[in-house]
Design a protein around this ligand. Structure first.
Ligand SMILES: Nc1ncnc2c1ncn2[C@@H]1O[C@H](COP(=O)(O)OP(=O)(O)OP(=O)(O)O)[C@@H](O)[C@H]1O
Ligand SMILES: [Mg+2]
Length: 300
């Protein structure tokens, strides 16, 4: 495999930083934002010391693929991932053309709606914990006797709060309704489930289970649009269909090598994250490229 040096961070000194996430750096350009997907990787919510070659590019181009795939269902924030077009709209980015190419998306800045719109097609993660504790997730009663990772009869909408720090907290649909208003709630719920169904069905036909996923929406003028990232392994659980076996946790399509390695370490899962060995880094990079190729049929 071609060795391309991973990019851990990129400073655009003359451009205002809007937000630095675990993986992406976001810059503000008037009424637009520039999302730069670095090659940072997090596991157990902690960023590792080293990056994964190609990961940023894969995540960026995969989001772009899904924004196109779903644009018939809802408008989204993407303006372009094409570096020539981005620079023609934002000439101040010219000095960083090469570093930005492939890993950047120029978007419309939106006014975020303060809820994480989660859809679950399978019961896992915090959904599984809540179900075990009381048979419900976000106030929705689920059938009895479900096994961990089992497919749900129908996908469920399980919103959570957008926590500035720490973990997102699942909230009831009722609470989201009072926070965003009944009409907006119904709109977001319907769109979220429709988006999940369309993408999950397509991904399953290609051998990847999207167990659950998270959307963010925002307002531009009087319209509500889909923003942030969509159906990437960072915003969703991707499981390889060939290994799917309900009754326990599933293998992660992208992060399993990293998790297995970390589980074998004496590390308490608090920052700073450890350094990953080269073979884990390379195998993980290949998984991201493979996911991209399976889903889009092309190379990022
Ligand atoms: N079009 C948009 N307009 C305005 N804000 C947006 C838009 N798209 C995404 N955002 C916001 O940009 C931010 C991106 O942050 P990012 O996801 O990188 O970090 P994070 O959510 O804080 O942490 P994590 O790395 O765990 O995801 C989020 O707060 C998201 O709501
Ligand atoms: Mg985020």
């Amino acid at each position: 495999m071609e060795l391309i040096k991973p990019l851990l961070s990129l400073d655009l000194p003359d451009i205002a930083l809007f937000k630095k996430g675990k993986v992406r750096d976001v810059y503000e350009l008037g009424d637009r934002l520039l999302f730069v997907a670095t090659d940072r990787i997090s596991a157990f919510d902690v960023v590792m010391q080293n990056g994964i070659p190609q990961k940023g590019r894969v995540l960026n181009m995969l989001s772009a693929f899904w924004f196109d795939f779903t644009e018939g269902l809802i408008e989204n924030h993407m303006i372009s991932v094409d570096i020539d077009r981005i620079i023609s709209l934002e000439p101040a980015l010219e000095p960083w053309r090469e570093a930005l190419s492939g890993r950047s998306m120029l978007v419309k800045k939106a006014d975020p709606i303060p809820a994480e719109c989660v859809v679950r097609g399978y019961i896992s993660g915090s959904g599984w914990r809540d179900y075990q504790a009381g048979g419900m997730v976000c106030g929705i009663k689920l059938p009895e006797g479900l096994r961990q990772s089992e497919k749900l009869p129908d996908p469920v909408f399980t919103p959570s709060t957008k926590a500035d720090s720490g973990h997102d907290v699942n909230i009831s649909q009722e609470r989201m309704k009072t926070e965003v208003g009944g009409n907006v709630f119904e709109f977001l719920k319907e769109k979220s489930i429709a988006l999940y169904k369309k993408a999950a069905e397509y991904a399953e036909s290609r051998g990847i289970i999207i167990a659950d996923t998270k959307f963010e929406f925002g307002r531009v003028g009087d319209k509500i649009i889909l923003m942030d990232e969509v159906f990437t392994p960072d915003s969703s659980r991707f499981w390889p269909m060939d290994d799917y076996l309900p009754g326990g946790p599933q293998k992660s399509f992208d992060k399993q090598f990293v998790r297995d390695y970390l589980d074998g370490l004496d590390w308490d899962k608090t920052p700073p994250g450890p350094e990953l060995p080269e073979d884990i880094v390379l195998k993980t990079s290949e998984k991201y490229l493979q996911a991209y190729e399976i889903l889009t049929g092309g190379k990022p």
